[in-house]
Design a protein around this ligand. Structure first.
Ligand SMILES: Cc1cc2nc3c(=O)[nH]c(=O)nc-3n(C[C@H](O)[C@H](O)[C@H](O)COP(=O)(O)OP(=O)(O)OC[C@H]3O[C@@H](n4cnc5c(N)ncnc54)[C@H](O)[C@@H]3O)c2cc1C
Length: 499
């Protein structure tokens, strides 16, 4: 007997999103979270990229975030802004919204879906066998689940205890990030020197006409690069003061910190996202420098890739080999994020031979084609899972088209709000007997009259039918007479039910 089908260690953005996905699929899921409340100490992510907004839109919750944040052109590469306002998406922008708000809104959604959260307790160890995982909590409670997912951040206990390697690059730089009060006026804005990048800005800001406009008073956000790499203790006000003096010759009378934390350019990725009944997602699976604002976004999208697959496996709809596609699809995505953060951090170095390289990259990014490609990468809109040869839509995100159906107009994304797959037939109605999958897959006959346009690729031929997975990626393209349709349905959504 298990207490829950799935236990998630960690209720940060990744764990919350995964819990929501599993709950939508009707899976008994619970979260174990060390923090007593959802409150977040310190500065973390500052917003969402376009693809993450789309993913939330697929579940019908994007407006909760959009109504609290400020839309803006947020994509950039090594400091060069990348405008996506001409991209073929309903959300050709990013969203400025701090992580504490993102987590609060996600936690509200997960609460509506009635996911239990064991709060104020840590997962301290586990043991897995052929049928499940025994999990131990810090208060001595024991829980058994069929699967355990480590969404427990960069220092993941789940990853370490599962014996999963975490290879990568050691840090070459170290920065402190803090929210403080200053007795004296600092030099506002972003500055570069031989040590690296430093910045002062008011914590409170708003975005006016796409520009960040900081408040005139209130607490100050500080980022300062440290002289030395490799500190092993938690940073203190004294460390912050010393780092400021090393750069500015003064600490500006820094006092009353509400948070001080450290980040580096360490880049590491789990060698495997799955070890039998234990899986990893989010920072537990990949860590890198915050440049480009990609960590939270990647974690939330890991969760959306894993959720429906894990749900089908615990509901015995699909064999557990479906879980291997999670690593196969998501490992390359984070590997690319690590690669681009390493490149960006290098371009920020104040080395007189790297500066011209940065200038050349910036010139390139001001040309349309490189701008389009890099903007699609940074916003997550170009993600392509390798699902073989075929129509360009295969393995790519399904656009949120305005369809016409017998029952009136319909947006594609609204079809995904319950995280159920869709066989969308845009050709002649009928022609395929969906009955053996009808308990799992919705079949919709619709018409679409507009152009088919994908980010970067531009116009593509209109498909006759597409099989859309619950994560919004296209798993098959063809017409309903193709015999491979039954294979595709079986691959993604399990064997046909005998009728
Ligand atoms: C300065 C900075 C700026 C950033 N800016 C951006 C940005 O603009 N955009 C972006 O996308 N990302 C950004 N990031 C990265 C982003 O903050 C992380 O990628 C994101 O928080 C990862 O979410 P997660 O849920 O995977 O992990 P976490 O947010 O680390 O959550 C892990 C959770 O697990 C809990 N936990 C840990 N161990 C245990 C345990 N043993 N038992 C129970 N619970 C446990 C923790 O309390 C925590 O709630 C930034 C990060 C930093 C440091």
């Amino acid at each position: 007997m298990t207490d829950h089908a799935v236990l998630i260690a960690g209720g940060g953005p990744t764990g919350l999103m995964l819990a929501g996905e599993l709950a939508l699929a009707g899976v008994d899921v619970a979260i174990v979270e060390r923090r007593a409340s959802q409150d977040l100490m310190g500065s973390r992510a500052g917003g969402l990229h376009s693809r993450t907004i789309e993913v939330l839109d697929q579940r019908g919750i994007a407006d909760r975030f959009l109504s609290e944040g400020q839309v803006a052109q947020v994509a950039a590469f090594a400091g060069t802004p990348l405008d996506i306002s001409d991209f073929p998406t309903r959300h050709p922008y990013g969203l400025g919204l701090r992580q504490n708000h993102i987590e609060r809104i996600l936690a509200g959604w997960v609460g509506e879906l009635e996911v239990p959260i064991y709060r104020g307790r840590e997962l301290t160890g586990f043991a897995q066998d052929d049928t499940g995982v025994d999990v131990e909590l810090s208060d001595g409670q024991l829980l058994r689940a069929e699967y355990l997912v480590g969404c427990d951040g960069g220092r993941s206990l789940v990853r370490k205890a599962a014996g999963i390697e975490f290879p990568g690059w050691d840090p070459t730089m170290s920065s402190l990030i803090a929210q403080v009060e200053l007795a004296e006026e600092p030099e506002w804005g972003i500055h570069h020197d031989a040590l690296g990048r430093h910045a002062f800005g008011r914590v409170e800001y708003e975005i006016r006409d796409g520009e960040i406009v900081y408040a005139d008073s209130g607490p100050v956000g500080v980022v300062v690069t440290e002289e030395h790499v490799g500190a092993t203790t938690e940073p203190t006000l004294h460390d912050l003061s010393e780092a400021l003096i090393a750069v500015w010759g003064t600490d500006y009378g820094v006092h009353s910190p509400t948070s001080i934390s450290r980040f580096t350019d360490m880049a590491r990725q789990a060698a495997a996202y799955r070890e039998q009944r234990v899986l990893l997602a989010g920072d537990a699976a990949h860590v890198h420098n915050p440049v480009g604002g990609q960590g939270l976004n990647t974690g939330v999208q890991d969760a959306v890739n894993l959720g429906w697959k894990l749900a089908q496996v615990v509901k015995r709809i699909s064999p557990d080999t479906l879980l291997d596609t999670y690593h196969a699809e998501r490992h390359p995505v984070a590997a690319r994020v690590l690669r681009n953060t390493i490149a960006q951090v290098t371009l920020f170095r104040q080395d007189d031979r790297i500066k011209p390289l940065g200038d050349i990259i910036s010139e390139l990014l001001n040309m349309d084609e490189p701008r389009t490609r890099f903007a699609a990468m940074m916003s997550g809109l170009d993600i392509h899972y390798e699902l073989g040869e075929g129509h360009p839509l295969l393995g790519r995100r399904m656009p949120d088209l305005d369809l016409v159906t017998a029952n009136g107009p319909l947006r594609v994304f609204t079809l995904l709000s319950d995280a159920r797959p869709v066989l969308l037939n845009l050709g002649e109605p009928g022609g395929f007997d969906i009955t053996p999958w009808v308990d799992r897959v919705q079949m919709i006959d619709a018409k679409y009259v507009g152009a088919w346009e994908l980010p970067v690729l531009g116009a593509v031929t209109a498909p006759t039918a597409v099989l859309i997975r619950p994560d919004g990626y296209v798993g098959w393209v063809g017409d309903l007479t193709h015999p491979e349709l039954a294979d595709a349905l079986t691959t993604w959504f399990g064997p046909p039910t005998a009728t």
